[in-house]
Design a protein around this ligand. Sequence first.
Ligand SMILES: *[C@@H]1O[C@H](CO)[C@@H](O)[C@H](O)[C@H]1NC(C)=O
Ligand SMILES: *[C@@H]1O[C@H](CO)[C@@H](O)[C@H](O)[C@H]1NC(C)=O
Ligand SMILES: *[C@@H]1O[C@H](CO)[C@@H](O)[C@H](O)[C@H]1NC(C)=O
Ligand SMILES: *[C@@H]1O[C@H](CO)[C@@H](O)[C@H](O)[C@H]1NC(C)=O
Length: 319
Amino acid sequence: MRISSILSLAALVSISSAKPSGCGKNFPEGFPTPGSSKTIDLPNSDRSYRIHIPENYDVNRRTPVYFSFCGASRNGKEQEGLSQFSNPEFNPDGIAVYPEIWLSNSLANTSHPNDVDFTNDLLTHLEEKLCVDPSRIYANGKSNGGEFAAVIACNATVGSRFAAFSVVSGAWHETGDVPGVGPCEPAMREEGYPFLIFHGTVDQTAPIDGSKEDDEVSLIDVLHKWTERNGCEKDAKWKSNVTVFEDPLVKHASWDCAGKKDIVQFYREEDNGHCWPSTVPNDDYETMGRKKCPGGHYVFNATEYIFDFYKQHRLNQMV
Ligand SMILES: *[C@@H]1O[C@H](CO)[C@@H](O)[C@H](O)[C@H]1NC(C)=O
Ligand SMILES: *[C@@H]1O[C@H](CO)[C@@H](O)[C@H](O)[C@H]1NC(C)=O
Ligand SMILES: *[C@@H]1O[C@H](CO)[C@@H](O)[C@H](O)[C@H]1NC(C)=O
Ligand SMILES: *[C@@H]1O[C@H](CO)[C@@H](O)[C@H](O)[C@H]1NC(C)=O
């Protein structure tokens, strides 16, 4: 056994002996009963969030937490419907959390406390109240909420608490353009920053090639930023770019960086707009109409791929 594997084994042992603070406690007051969802306030703040507790929640079992951030002018309840993160078909045993965030809203009241702080405080609160697995915390979002998942990864303190990230139809701005958020400076870590990104080629809200008008950058630049942050050389070419569906054409591109396999992945969806891919109609396909979401549904469920991706990643150290 090489020294590095002995070290990571030691790190694993130390996780299993450190008991997360919410484990073994009575089920907390005010939270939705297992198997249901509720929008509640974060104590000592003016912020709220929607949360789903899985039916099989056990105060003695470490439970993963899946954050999903809504798009501009949307709310946690809508994001729950769109993402299907509370649906046991996709997520049979994890806690799903849908924070009400203002960064995601173009009409944001920027004098409110920063959403990164809110996310950090909310996660600390959940770890105190519930039996959370600190090695399995994940961030996802749609549109501005998708970019926000990356903003979290960019913060060395908060991003370090999340094992992996996924983004559907992200509205990608130049780093530093998001009000109240500084430059992208993730903490160095052995696991890197796993990213799974989905984007439609006919997205008119967040065009795949970016938009000068809205200061949006092209997706290939975003992918290259995350491959570089994961230790690939600048503008690294994908390891593979394979056809997953032929009609409409869905291509899956993947990068290995600094020994981390498939650390950045991308699904490129032809004939899909600013819409969360789903084989059955969802809120996007129902409310945005055929122009933005052609076809009324898509050929795969992004949510299924997201949970498969999350299963490949967990933090191997307590932060
Ligand atoms: C914006 O947020 C601040 C701080 O919470 C609050 O005092 C103020 O009234 C809000 N302004 C608007 C226009 O909602
Ligand atoms: C990162 O987030 C923490 C916690 O919310 C905050 O205190 C800190 O200022 C942030 N760092 C940067 C560089 O924005
Ligand atoms: C993958 O292949 C498609 C064409 O088949 C191409 O348009 C795309 O740029 C390639 N790379 C990525 C990262 O999507
Ligand atoms: C996609 O998810 C929906 C539930 O939202 C499910 O009914 C459908 O069977 C899933 N499609 C596939 C191909 O698994």
